[in-house]
Design a binder for this molecule. Sequence first.
Ligand SMILES: [Zn+2]
Length: 288
Amino acid sequence: MQIIDCHNHPDWQGQDSEAFIREMDRLGIDQCWMQSWEAPLDDFDPAYLNRTCPLGPEYPLPFSRVLHYAERHPDRFIPGYCPDPRRPDAIARLEAAVSIYGVKICGEWKLRMLFDNPDSIQLFRRAGELGLPVVIHLDYPLPRQQVWPRPNYWYGGSMDAFERALAACPDTLFLGHAPGFWAHMTDDGQHETCSYPKGAVTPGGRIERMLERYPNLYCDLSGGSGFNALNRDHGNARRFLTLWQDRVLYGRDDVGNIHMPLIDSLGLADSVREKIYAGNARRLLRQI
Ligand SMILES: [Zn+2]
């Protein structure tokens, strides 16, 4: 069975391209969507600089490093790039990344601005015209998590703001991702207070209602948040992945391998696993 990791980053946790390839080989991962995360210094916790490329100037995960990986292993890494939409040259940058460097994904979008900021909407629409799915990171401004440098780090604003972007950009495909997205697996209100909610899931939460309403919405299982959304209720995970088998993609967003053992333990049909592990990713990039 082919396996595509739909969400990862260069140099994360100090890995270089060759160590990354060795881990992919060990885990049986064929391809990886390698994505940038470029944001103003004030938009992210400086602690990230201990775990990412410290060279800049495009922090914390520069597109130039994505290209380094993709150029060394063009058959294994599919490059993704998301410029900060507030830059006046954002759309030109995205267009050049596609035409010159073969970028196939607009991601990762992880910024302290609302998803439906007009500059962002313009970028999302252009991504749709260029055939790029958009990978977004949603985090709520949770109750004070730390003292310094900010009480918390929110990105995108809220599921309401994400829903407005989905509605405003019907011709753009989006992958929902991160704690603020996956906390909506069920309507228990925990998204307002914690990143990794626990407890049994009542089916039909906000994610599912949005999947029904917006055919341009897909789900990215990567990170601790996607893992937690499945792991908190295995019966619901089996139901959710089977029902939405055409709309969910496997990814890691980290080194290591927490998702595969969980997905493989759920008793899913092989046809469902094949879509989640690779088929949906190929379809989003029109590789089928
Ligand atoms: Zn990421």
